[in-house]
Design a protein. Structure first.
Length: 138
């Protein structure tokens, strides 16, 4: 469980740490900062006097994944992403057919779901699998 910090930011700076450990580090940092401010004679009430350290800042979130034809044809693409493309991106299903890592179950699902160019892509795949050379590959 992560507790929100003042200003709406969560405590995500230390992955793998428990909430108790993060709170303890935060309290230590605050008390150290308070002691140094008191020694300097600075006001603790000034909201601009306390700046978060790099250690306390949360990393930026991952950018959203935007499926592309290149991702759909890449054999290194995670199978869960290939399945998500099959379910949610009808215009990219034909590119999944060209992926050598596409499982038979995925190809079956794509054939049942259909989509723009899926039938033709499956015809090309099946023709080449039977030893026939497709007019597209010459």
């Amino acid at each position: 469980m992560s507790l929100p910090m003042k200003g709406g930011r969560g405590t995500h700076g230390h992955r793998g740490s428990s909430a108790t450990e993060r709170i303890a580090r935060l309290m230590t940092a605050i008390s150290s900062r308070s002691r140094s401010l008191a020694e300097d004679g600075s006001s603790q009430d000034d909201p601009h006097s306390i700046q978060p350290t790099a250690e306390m800042r949360a990393p930026p979130p991952e950018p959203p994944l935007v499926p592309t034809a290149l991702m759909a044809t890449d054999p290194a693409t995670d199978p869960s992403i290939l399945w998500a493309i099959a379910r949610e991106e009808p215009q990219l299903r034909r590119w999944l057919v060209a992926n050598p890592a596409a499982s038979p179950a995925l190809l079956e699902t794509i054939s049942q779901l259909g989509g723009p160019g899926v039938r033709r892509a499956l015809e090309v795949l099946l023709d080449e699998g039977n030893g026939n050379q497709s007019p597209l590959s010459s």
